[in-house]
Design a protein around this ligand. Structure first.
Ligand code: ZN
Length: 250
C-alpha cells in the first residue's frame, strides 16, 4: 500500500520527494535515499506516525540526500578524472582506438581505449569493465568461503546492480546477492559485505548475537561497517544512470 507522497524542503530551496510505502518489514520502519528522493517503508501498525517519523529524521534525510546529489553530480568522467578501484584512487585515462583497458597499478592509472570517446559510450564501457572485475573478485571470495572446505553452503551467488544496498541474503533459498559496485571499495570491505550476508544464514536479524558472530568471521567488522557508512554514497551511485542485468557467479 502506498500513502500520498510528501516532500521535505532543504536550506537551498530544493524539495526532496518522499514516497511512503506500507508493508510488513522486520524493522518498524526503514528510510532509504536515492537520486529520486527518500522512501519511507513503514509497518502497518505505524501508519499514523509516518509524519512524526519523517520529522524526526528530517535532518538525516536532508544531509544524505544532499551528499548523494553532490556525489552523483561529480561523477562526470573525463580524461584525467579521479576514479576509484579496489579502494585505490586512480587517474582515468581515455584515448581513442580499438577497445582496450589497461590497469597500471604502479602508476595508479586506469587507461581506457575506446573507438568512440562520446561520454555515454565511455561510461557504458567503464560500467561493463567494472562489472567484470567485480565478477572475478566475487568468484575468488565465493571460492574462499563457500566452496570445498569453505565455511558456508550456498546455492547461488549473484552479482547485481543495486541502488541502495550492498548485499542481500535469502537464507531460505541460500542465495547471496552482492552489489557489483563493491569493487570500488578495498578488498577487505568487499569481503566484509559477503561475510555479513553469509552470517545471516546463521543469524537472520541484526541483534547482538549477529554482530558477535560476524566479528568471529570478520574481525574488525564494525570498523569496516563504518567505512561503508562514511564512503558509501559515491560508490553506490557510481555510473548509476543505467542498470546492468544480474549475473550468477556461483
Ligand atoms: Zn545484515
Amino acid at each position: 500500500m502506498k500513502l500520498p507522497a510528501a516532500t521535505l524542503s532543504t536550506d537551498n530551496g530544493l524539495d526532496i520527494p518522499v514516497e511512503i510505502n506500507v508493508r510488513h518489514i522486520r524493522s518498524r520502519y526503514r528510510i532509504t535515499i536515492s537520486e529520486k528522493g527518500a522512501r519511507l517503508t513503514i509497518s502497518p501498525s505505524l501508519v499514523t506516525e509516518s509524519e512524526k517519523i519523517l520529522r524526526k529524521h528530517a535532518g538525516w534525510i536532508r544531509k544524505h540526500y544532499q551528499s548523494m546529489r553532490n556525489s552523483v553530480l561529480d561523477s562526470n568522467l573525463v580524461d584525467g578524472s579521479v576514479i576509484f578501484f579496489k579502494g585505490e584512487r586512480l587517474t582515468l585515462g581515455i584515448s581513442e582506438g580499438d577497445n582496450a583497458v589497461s590497469y597500471d597499478a604502479g602508476r595508479d592509472v586506469l587507461q581506457f581505449c575506446v573507438p568512440d570517446k562520446d561520454p555515454e559510450n565511455v561510461r557504458d564501457r567503464l560500467r561493463l569493465w567494472y562489472f567484470s572485475q567485480s565478477a572475478n573478485f566475487a568468484k575468488i571470495l565465493g571460492a574462499r568461503w563457500c566452496c570445498g572446505s569453505g565455511k558456508f553452503r550456498i546455492d547461488r551467488l549473484v552479482l547485481k546492480d543495486m541502488g541502495t544496498r550492498w548485499g542481500t541474503c535469502c537464507s531460505r533459498q541460500r542465495i547471496i546477492t552482492l552489489n557489483w559496485r563493491l569493487i570500488l571499495a578495498p578488498d577487505e570491505i568487499y569481503e566484509y559485505v559477503l561475510l555479513h550476508e553469509l552470517a545471516h544464514l546463521k543469524v537472520p536479524r541484526h541483534g547482538k548475537d549477529f554482530w558477535d558472530y560476524l566479528e568471529t568471521i570478520s574481525p574488525g567488522a564494525s570498523v569496516k561497517r563504518s567505512w561503508l557508512n562514511k564512503n558509501g554514497y559515491p560508490i553506490l551511485h557510481f555510473l548509476s544512470e543505467r542498470r546492468l542485468s544480474p549475473e550468477r557467479i556461483m
